[in-house]
Write a protein that binds this ligand. Structure first.
Ligand SMILES: Nc1ncnc2c1ncn2[C@@H]1O[C@H](COP(=O)(O)OP(=O)(O)OP(=O)(O)O)[C@@H](O)[C@H]1O
Length: 231
């Protein structure tokens, strides 16, 4: 079953063509990477999927629904961690999420939090930047969402935390669902990706099943990325 179907999606901000003719499908059970350098249009695409901005052209369906309130219920978006109030304890942030999202799974949240070595009694203001990133990720991954979209989940965290985050993504993943992740840290993320789309100046330059790309080119995804974007 297709979780996401995007056909000829384009986005123009005034004169700037941020996305052009994006065709991207995500099947159930897949973790898909949207890879590209700064300004290539990754966040714009995720914001369209999350229903935060509208595409200028094209069609998108998520589990057969057009984007709107019906898709917000089934799409989990990794938000900026600043949405949390400083005085809140992690346990209170959990309660807010649990009240707000029908699909929030408290047991899954506890498990992921534990895995990331965070304590429910800690207050948001006591958390370092990296710990806030982990908390935001735990809140997002704890939803039993059909599609989870993660914008640069490895940014701003140290190598040990990156490992924990990758572990948490896999731990919380249910094969009925799908995940779309953006990153420019290809080396770190490539191990968990089933498929990859390389975005260059708003267009898909290259895409495929990661295993096939590696076999055909006899290169790691990171090497392919460098070839596409540096040469
Ligand atoms: N609100 C906006 N108004 C005008 N232009 C915008 C707006 N948001 C993004 N852009 C432009 O659209 C292009 C794509 O931006 P986007 O943030 O989607 O890229 P990105 O790949 O996510 O970059 P990064 O890796 O730096 O987050 C850039 O040229 C950016 O300047």
């Amino acid at each position: 079953m297709e979780i996401l179907i995007a056909e000829s999606v384009g986005k123009k901000y005034f004169k700037k063509q941020a996305l052009e003719e994006i065709n991207l499908n995500i099947e159930q059970g897949k973790i898909v990477g949207l890879l590209g350098p700064n300004g290539s249009g990754k966040t714009t695409f995720l914001k369209i999927i999350a229903g935060l901005i509208r595409p200028s052209t094209g069609k998108i369906k998520i589990c057969n629904r057009i984007i709107g309130q019906g898709t917000k219920e089934i799409v989990a978006y990794l938000p900026d961690s600043d949405f949390l109030y400083a005085w809140m304890k992690i346990s209170e942030a959990k309660k807010v999420y649990s009240d707000f999202f029908m699909d929030f799974n408290e047991n899954k949240f506890d498990e992921i939090l534990n895995f990331m070595n965070l304590d429910q009694k800690m207050r948001v203001k006591e958390l370092s930047k990296g710990m806030k990133e982990k908390l935001a990720l735990a809140l997002t991954l704890a939803r039993d969402a059909r599609l989870t979209i993660l914008d640069e989940p490895l940014n701003g965290v140290d190598p040990v935390a990156r490992e924990q985050i990758l572990g948490a993504i896999l731990k919380g993943f249910h094969p009925e669902n799908a995940i779309l992740i953006t990153s420019h840290l290809i080396n770190e993320i490539e191990g968990i990706l089933d498929e990859a789309y390389f975005l260059k100046e708003g267009k898909i330059e290259f895409s495929g099943v990661t295993e096939d790309i590696r076999n055909e080119k006899n290169m790691t995804l990171d090497e392919v990325y460098r070839e596409v974007f540096v040469c």
